[in-house]
Write a protein that binds this ligand. Structure first.
Ligand code: SF4
Ligand code: SF4
Length: 433
């Protein structure tokens, strides 16, 4: 794609990077076929190619974001299906990240939108605040249907619908400290305990620590780690995201320097995509660029790390699993084989739902901020998953688990919960009912 940025504009490294990305796009439109919003809405401006044109026009003309740009960029799920499809290696992720920061810096959203976004940014990344909010949601739940019918209050109704009925107390798995290997030691890793995940489903980190220590891996929960920053990063709140990234980089580099780390294990693929991008996010910060790149190189999804342990094949189980590959897993991190292979080796029969490349509509805070498109995508996803007639659903991202669970009776678990069970752990509570 031809671009016409001035030398002064290109002196800004963010603009220079976006220009290099834009120049790679050859307008072929292959990406439109796999874009969930284009497939759902059928509007070119809601396709990757359409958004690329909008971003180019906005940045090239040095314009503040306007309502049209904001509408179509906000509808983007950041699912990155377009990057998997693109034959020209266009880094849409970094382009849309830049556009979102530009929107945040130049566009004044309506008051209600600003309040909702500020609330999400102030609550979701902090487990204690999030836990408190979920407890409060129990009081508001009877009014959810009513709130959904009042347009200015609809977002709050949607949030109440998503809130779980039961909120578990804080888990020991998330307390800082070192968990010794239970077998001959074969590795040492740090685990990202995360922000929303340990509140919504503490069983995931518990299963991960049990499984790893049983396999001979020492697991460190470093003191001071927190949210990876992805939630606010996708809202264009770059400074807040970078504060989270720097804090985690400091904590993990300390853990690596003190006792050595083979990996930083991540159990939410949305977080994994962001942490693997820390090296890029902090590339312009001389104090952090090198350390952040080191952290990104150490970051591994739990299924990537388990693959390196060469687990023994287990006896076949009489259980069929529909594997839902989260967008951040398959498009963001390009991990497509490892989780299914691990499940098959663990004795499960694995089925692939149709249209596996399409997002379930969760996408961080998307299901709250864009509830209509999100609901359409969720219904399509659940229909495809249920058509597999599998016994259970497995996936590797808490956002997908929360989203899909609201619309199906099929039990949905994190892949690592099934692997923990298959390799000596207890049957997951969800399957004991
Ligand atoms: S990230 Fe997903 S929703 Fe956004 S343009 Fe790409 S394919 Fe479409
Ligand atoms: S597939 Fe790639 S090159 Fe083709 S229009 Fe989409 S982003 Fe541009």
């Amino acid at each position: 794609m031809q671009t016409n940025f001035t030398a002064a504009q290109l002196a800004d490294p963010h603009v220079a990077e976006s220009e290099a990305i834009l120049r790679k796009c050859v307008h072929c439109g292959f990406c439109t076929a796999t874009c969930p919003t284009y497939v759902t809405l059928g509007n070119e401006l809601d396709s990757p190619r359409g958004r690329i044109y909008l971003i180019k026009d906005m940045l090239e003309n040095g314009r503040p974001a306007d309502e049209e740009v904001v509408t179509h960029i906000d509808r983007c799920l950041s699912c990155l299906a377009c990057m998997t499809t693109c034959p020209s290696d266009v880094n849409y992720m970094h382009l849309v990240d830049h556009a979102r920061v530009h929107i945040e810096n130049t566009y004044k959203r309506p008051l209600k939108d600003r309040l909702v976004r500020a609330m999400l940014a102030a609550v979701l990344p902090y487990p204690s605040r999030f836990r408190l909010a979920l407890k409060a949601a129990r009081i508001g739940r009877p009014f959810a249907a009513l709130l959904r019918r009042v347009p200015p209050l609809k977002t709050f109704g949607v949030m109440l619908d998503l809130a779980p009925r039961h909120v578990a107390p804080p888990s020991n798995a998330d307390q800082p400290g070192t968990r010794a290997a239970d077998a001959e030691r074969r590795g040492r890793v740090a685990i990202l305990t995360g922000c929303a995940q340990p509140v919504l489903k503490p069983e995931i980190n518990e299963a991960t620590i049990r499984l790893l220590t049983r396999l001979g891996v020492e697991v460190v929960v470093p003191d001071g780690e927190g949210c990876c920053g992805a939630l606010v990063h996708h809202m264009g709140r770059e400074e807040q995201a970078l504060v989270s990234a720097r804090r985690n980089v400091d904590v993990w580099i300390k853990a690596a320097d003190e006792g050595g780390l083979d990996a930083i294990v991540i159990t939410a693929s949305g977080c994994g995509t962001t942490i693997k991008d820390y090296g890029h996010m902090l590339r312009l910060d001389p104090a952090y660029a090198e350390k952040a790149a080191r952290v990104s190189a150490l970051a591994k999804d739990i299924t990537e790390y388990l693959t390196s342990l060469d687990l023994p094949r287990q006896e076949a189980k009489n259980m069929t699993v529909a594997y839902h590959s989260a967008c951040s897993m398959q498009h963001g991190q390009k991990i497509t084989v490892a989780p299914k292979l691990l499940l098959k080796n663990a004795g499960f029969t694995v089925r692939d739902p149709a249209e596996g490349h399409l997002c379930c509509g969760s996408a961080g805070t998307y299901n709250i901020l864009q509830p209509e498109i999100s609901a359409t995508l969720k219904a399509r996803k659940v229909k495809n998953i249920e058509a597999t007639k599998a016994d259970i659903i497995a996936t590797g991202n808490i956002g997908c688990i929360t989203q899909i669970a609201t619309s199906t009776k099929m039990p949905i678990l994190h892949t690592v919960e099934l692997l923990d069970w298959a390799y000596g752990g207890e049957k997951p509570a969800l399957l004991q009912k």
